[in-house]
Design a protein around this ligand. Structure first.
Ligand code: SAH
Ligand code: SF4
Length: 403
């Protein structure tokens, strides 16, 4: 609550979401309220180191300031509606309600130690409610566009899992305890480059040493291929990983599943990628969703290898067997995937196959959507579905497709 200088009368102002403020913005926000600059450091410490869920928990702040912050600001973020855990215990999806009631999803994926000996906790976050780009295989795309998320709503998804891991660290198979988020992928609902300013602000907050302190190389942004956005990103002083959703070797084929191709043909996207690599020194990943009978034949792999040959040194292909959505696409057989990979390898294109996670809770890429929230009454309180409870699938059915 603020008061007008002239009359002293109380006026209602929406509380400021501090999760959407970069450290410098927070300092300015506090200065405008007559607070000392060092308070910003204390508040940031409370949010991102202590992982406090409210101002009351920030006991390093004087009580009157805590009360003032509680009146003028918030760090609450979206509220949990439902949490689903996959049977393997390594994938958790949350359905979060934004302040206006819209629903989004975020996913935590836990990985045992790789060759570097470190276990990983990767959070896949949404950048929009819905998506405007309408890719035919994507559940979010089939919802249509609802609205952009604010920077605070994007940051809050990572904080949600950061708090969870802090409260209950994951014990990896080799015994190491993981109590923090190590990676963030912007691959949830929405097209990040369509919501450029909010997304970049969120990335800067996640990356800032006074924020979550997550290295830029541990942050990956996936885009449908918005050329102006890629070029703008190339000029940012941030070296985040870029992933391009390619999914077809020719414009004609790509148009069948990705309407955005009409506006940004493949050649323009690849040219923008070359600029990105030249300016940032980062490699690019080309994502290729394998759709049985559509884009998974050996000749498609040969065409893809020829297309990417000039960019061979710049990136590699990540093959993603399509996850089931309402659209009726099927993933190829293991044999078809092997043949596809062989052709790419023969063409000199490095590639990998994404091991999908959380398919049993519809938490995998392209499966995130919130139709359930519109058609099925939600429980009053959040429910956690335990591993191996056998109940996971029952609850998931309406999440996959209620119709
Ligand atoms: N809008 C961005 C990021 C969100 S989608 C983009 O399109 O890149 C994240 C990834 O999931 C993209 O590569 C997208 O093509 C892929 N995807 C969408 N639907 C999928 C599905 N049903 N199965 C597997 N991957 C899917
Ligand atoms: Fe949007 Fe990405 Fe889904 Fe396409 S794949 S509809 S761009 S979220």
């Amino acid at each position: 609550m603020l008061s007008t200088p002239a009359t002293g009368a109380a006026i209602d102002v929406a509380p400021t979401d501090l999760l959407g403020l970069e450290p410098g913005d927070l300092r300015a926000w506090l200065a405008a309220r007559g607070e000392q600059p060092f308070r910003a450091r204390q508040i940031l410490d409370g949010i991102y180191r202590q992982l406090a869920a409210d101002f009351e928990a920030m006991t390093n702040l004087p009580r009157p300031l805590r009360a003032r912050l509680a009146a003028d600001a918030t760090i609450a973020g979206p509220t949990l509606r439902r949490e689903l855990a996959a049977r393997d215990g390594r994938t958790r999806k949350v359905l979060l309600a934004l302040a206006d009631g819209r629903l989004i999803e975020a996913v935590l994926m836990l990985y045992p130690a790789g060759p570097d000996g470190r276990a990983r906790a990767s959070v896949c976050i949404s950048t929009q409610a819905g998506c405007a780009y309408g890719c035919t295989f994507c559940a979010t795309g089939q919802m249509g566009f609802d609205r952009h998320l604010t920077a605070g709503e994007i940051v809050a998804q990572v904080l949600y899992f950061a708090r969870e891991l802090r409260a209950q660290p994951w014990t990896a198979p080799d015994g190491q305890a993981l109590d923090h988020v190590t990676n963030v992928v912007l691959m949830g609902m929405g097209e990040p480059l369509h919501n450029y300013d909010n997304v970049l602000r969120a990335v800067r907050i996640l990356n800032a040493p006074e924020g979550l302190g997550l290295g830029a190389r541990h942050i990956t942004l996936s885009t449908v291929g918005l050329v102006p956005g890629i070029l703008r990103l190339a000029g940012e002083p941030l070296q985040i990983n870029l992933a391009i959703s390619l999914h077809a070797p020719t414009d004609a084929m790509r148009l069948r599943t990705m309407p955005v191709t009409r506006k940004y043909p493949i050649a323009a996207v690849l040219e923008a990628c070359q600029t990105y690599v030249a300016r940032t020194n980062r490699q690019v990943t080309f994502e290729y969703v394998l759709l049985a009978g559509e884009n998974d034949a050996p000749e498609h792999a040969r065409a893809l290898a020829a297309l990417l040959a000039p960019l061979r040194q710049l990136g590699h292909v990540n093959l993603i067997p399509v996850n089931a959505t309402a659209a009726g696409y099927r993933p190829p057989s293991g044999e078809a995937i092997r043949r596809f990979r062989d052709e790419l390898r023969r063409g000199g294109i490095g590639n990998s196959v994404r091991a999908e996670r959380g398919d049993d809770i519809a938490a995998a890429c392209g499966q995130l959507h919130t139709r359930e929230g519109r058609t099925v009454p939600l429980p009053d309180s959040p429910r956690r579905i335990a591993d191996a409870s056998g109940a996971a699938l029952d609850l998931v059915v309406p999440m996959v497709d209620p119709e």
